[in-house]
Design a protein around this ligand. Structure first.
Ligand code: TYD
Ligand code: MG
Length: 457
């Protein structure tokens, strides 16, 4: 008879090992391996049930659109792909204090007022704390039930008892399945709780939203698998010093991942910003050098943002460069192209570029806006008011076409920007589609920009 071997397993992630190790090879936790009981065959897996399905021809599967419910917030519905899908599991993540709980609470309020039964489980805050937040948002109907609990068994019983259509779990890091001997927030707990929630969502047709924190590096805390398991991953982002918050879907099994929702955090909750361009440009200085408006596409939505550049003589051997709200490497590349192709001494200058309004823009169409704001900052020549620009810059200094140029020009014109620098190719293609009174300046190379910034353009 084969000798029965001692088996070890990691308390943190459940990984097995034939011998004891100081560090778990899987999750890298120290001193987490313990001897497994003799009868242990697999890590405790309470959540995943075994179901037998039979193979069926694809032709017999009905492909009706998913059942969706409006969340009462257009901006949120847009990001979800047109409303909340029945039986979906959504992960809402973002920095602490950004407004995840507020957003979900507001969604619950709208749903419950529309007669939909909602359960809000908070493992982080007491009922009193939730109530204090709720008071800022408004009145709640009796369809909205709160549960301050972090034991998933109790949550499971409540879900089975009251059959809500929507459940919020705030946050996954605070929940525990008591059968597992690892602490809340550990990889094993998160994995098992997520598979339990996933199964509940699919079998009971409940839409479940889980809140997940992000780590210092900006990714969802916990296993990467969490993001793979859920249907939709929403990121709520923004600079906490400005009221603007942007909701993005980084994964969506039921819709596009390009759409964004814009909100503003006010004294009584999050307000939807239906016309983000207006808000992004609020307080923009007029007739100052180093500032221009550019048009960026967020999904199908053109948004106007102001690009600012401060260019001054450096006091160091190595000039300082910072990029706030955009890609640092891209900025360096544009500065190198301008220096080389126009022969201007940017290497003797500190350059600070900022996307005003707290938005982060990384699409290449921003290049021309950055180049013009830097040139305007460098020459100290302001652009005539009402000027916008977009276009991608190549390494040779050429200005390349961008997508949806007409939509961008139209959005600019709507807000009174009647003079647009655009890639030459796009300008040629746009003929006949430009709104009245808009002057299109097609540029094919950065060299052509010089004449417009010499004070008489
Ligand atoms: P919260 O939703 O608790 O953030 P998260 O769940 O992402 O950690 O929001 C916290 C911040 O929002 C807090 O700093 C207070 C602010 N806030 C408002 O400004 N107005 C409001 O109406 C509410 C409810 C919160
Ligand atoms: Mg919260």
């Amino acid at each position: 008879m084969a000798k029965e071997k001692t088996l070890f397993f990691c308390k943190e992630c459940g990984a097995e090992s034939a011998k004891w190790l100081g560090q778990c090879p899987s999750c890298k936790a120290w001193d987490s391996l313990v001897e497994a009981p003799r009868d242990r065959k697999r890590p405790v897996n309470t959540a995943i049930g075994i179901r037998r399905n039979v193979p069926v021809p694809l032709g017999t599967v009905s492909a009706e659109d998913e059942k969706r419910t409006g969340s009462g917030m257009k901006e949120l519905d847009r990001v979800l792909g047109g409303g909340i899908v029945a039986g979906s599991l959504v992960l809402a993540s973002g920095d602490p204090g950004i407004g995840k709980s507020t957003l979900l609470l507001q969604m619950c309020r709208n749903l419950s007022n529309a007669g939909i039964r909602v359960l809000y489980v908070s493992g982080e805050e007491s009922l009193r704390q939730v109530k204090l937040r709720a008071n800022r948002i408004g009145e709640f109907s009796d369809n909205m039930l709160f549960l301050a609990e972090n034991n998933m068994d109790v949550v499971r019983e409540s879900i089975m008892d009251i059959h809500p259509a929507v459940v919020i779990v705030d946050s996954i890091q605070t929940m525990v399945l008591p059968q597992l001997d690892s602490p809340a927030g550990s990889v094993t707990q998160i994995k098992e709780i997520t598979s339990f929630l996933l199964r509940t969502a699919k079998e009971e047709e409940i839409s479940i939203f889980v809140v997940g924190h992000v780590t210092k590096e900006g990714s969802v805390a916990g296993p990467r698998m969490l993001e793979h398991m859920v249907d939709t991953v929403l990121y709520f982002e923004g600079d906490t010093t400005t009221p603007y918050r942007i909701l993005r879907a980084v994964k969506n099994r039921f819709g596009s991942t390009n759409e964004i929702g814009v909100f503003s955090m006010e004294r009584n909750g999050l307000m939807e910003v239906l016309n983000p361009s207006e808000h992004m440009l609020a307080g923009m200085p007029l007739d100052e050098p180093g500032s221009i408006v550019t048009v960026t596409m967020e999904g199908t939505r053109p948004i106007l943002v102001e690009v600012q550049a401060l260019v001054c003589r450096t006091n160091f051997n190595l000039p300082r460069r910072t990029a706030t709200g955009t890609d640092f490497n891209r900025l360096n590349l544009i500065l190198a192209v301008l220096e080389k192709r126009l022969g201007i001494g940017l290497s003797g200058c500190d350059v600070y570029v900022n996307i005003a309004g707290g938005m982060r823009v990384t699409e290449p169409a921003l290049d021309l806006g950055i180049a013009i704001s830097v040139l305007s900052g460098y020459t100290n020549v302001p652009l005539p008011s009402g000027t916008a620009a977009f276009g991608e810059i190549g390494l040779i200094g050429e200005i390349r076409s961008v997508s949806q140029a007409v939509a961008r020009v139209k959005e600019a014109a709507k807000l009174g920007y009647h003079r647009c620098f655009v890639p030459k190719n796009d300008a040629d293609r746009m003929k006949g589609q430009i709104p009245d009174g808009v002057q299109i300046i097609g540029v094919s190379n950065v060299k052509e920009l010089k004449k417009y910034l010499s004070g008489n353009g």
